[in-house]
Design a protein around this ligand. Structure first.
Ligand code: 5GP
Ligand code: MN
Length: 337
């Protein structure tokens, strides 16, 4: 990290530190934030962790998650602390608009240093120090890298390792994609602390509620459309699906990935009609960049093979727009009948 010596100096004495992560925090956002928080507390800092909105119930096993602040709900309680912060960390996002009102609050701080640790494409220059590596599997992997660069030399605790392992597992789909040698080096170091990796895998993946399993079946059987000539699959969940299946935060996690299990499908899109917005989540194989589609048409971003965005307005408009722009990104192929 450029300026690491200054960061080490900054963290030499006890500080008030806020760690922030993105809206709808996922396993990597939560895992990397809590891991860094635990480590900084061991160094003697006073740390609070926040994201704009609620986290999925899957992650209630993470150490200290009960003290995670949800800014939409706890802003009045948190603001006086933020005003005293000397250091703000931005984890798993790279533009202040990803954290909504929390972004405006941080931008209003005059003296605080902002440190970004992230692995998404196209970072915006809102930070003082940044560890931005788009080839990293996860922000959790980069938090491990950052901890090493701090040279504080406190051993990694099992609690920190549980959080980092969660980020690694969720952002790589259990080490299936986005890996590089450093990912496995990090995973090895985490397992060496004595954590039970199988148990973490089970907590994340083998803990579905019955209604979630039924929703998955419904989505694949009743809501999936195959656009064969564009090697694309699309699932749309409307507001009635949300009512009928009582869909809560996190219940739709992972559905989009199933579509890429089909041999001839190279792009998968998952569109959901949520109370305020219509959200699009995309995955792709190989060279197809869903990040470009998200960025160019849905005010979003992410990674080349996993990206998302959102739009106000009608569900039909978003579906139409997706189908309209698709030919710009996917060459049309004749379908053998
Ligand atoms: P997911 O589809 O799982 O919600 O997100 C996939 C990736 O795209 C994640 O890395 C996530 O941070 C990014 N992403 C999802 N939604 C948005 C969005 O609305 N804006 C931006 N900039 N990135 C997003
Ligand atoms: Mn991530």
């Amino acid at each position: 990290m450029e300026g690491i010596q200054e960061v080490r100096d900054l963290l030499r004495i006890s500080k008030n530190i806020l760690i922030t992560s993105h809206r709808n925090p996922d396993g990597d956002a939560l895992g990397s934030s809590l891991a860094l928080s635990l480590y900084l507390q061991e160094m003697g800092h006073n740390v609070k962790v926040a994201a704009p909105s609620e986290y999925p119930s899957t992650f209630t096993y993470l150490p200290q998650i009960k003290s995670f602040f949800i800014y939409d709900v706890h802003n009045e309680e948190l603001d006086p602390f933020i005003d005293t912060c000397d250091v703000v960390f931005a984890l798993d996002f790279n533009a202040l608009d990803r954290i909504d009102r929390l972004g405006a609050k941080i931008a209003s701080l005059k003296d605080a240093k902002i440190i970004m640790i992230d692995h998404h494409l196209d970072p915006e220059p809102f930070y003082d120090y940044g560890l931005s590596e788009t080839t990293a599997s996860s922000t959790a992997e980069l938090v491990y890298e950052f901890i090493k660069q701090l040279e504080f030399r406190a051993p990694i605790s099992m609690e920190v390792a549980t959080c980092i392992m969660t980020g690694l597992i969720t952002d790589t789909g259990s080490f299936k994609y986005n890996t590089r040698p450093e990912t496995f080096t990090c995973a090895a170091a985490m397992q060496a602390t004595g954590i039970n990796v199988k148990e973490i895998q089970d907590l994340i993946f083998n803990s579905m509620k019955v209604k979630q399993m039924k929703l998955l079946a419904h989505a694949l059987y009743k809501r999936m459309e195959i656009l064969e000539e564009y090697r694309t699959a699309l699932i749309v969940l409307n507001k009635y699906d949300y009512q009928n299946f009582d869909i809560q935060r996190g219940d739709t996690e992972g559905i989009v990935n199933y579509m890429l299990m089909m041999k001839d499908i190279e792009l998968a899109a998952f569109i959901t009609q949520q109370p305020q917005i219509v959200k699009i989540s995309m995955r792709s194989k190989g060279d197809i960049s869903v990040q470009e589609i998200a960025r160019n048409h849905f005010r979003g971003g992410g990674h080349k093979n996993a990206a998302g965005g959102a739009q106000y307005g009608s569900l039909t408009k978003v579906i139409e727009k997706f189908k309209e722009v698709l030919p710009q990104y996917m060459e049309k192929r004749e379908v053998q009948k």
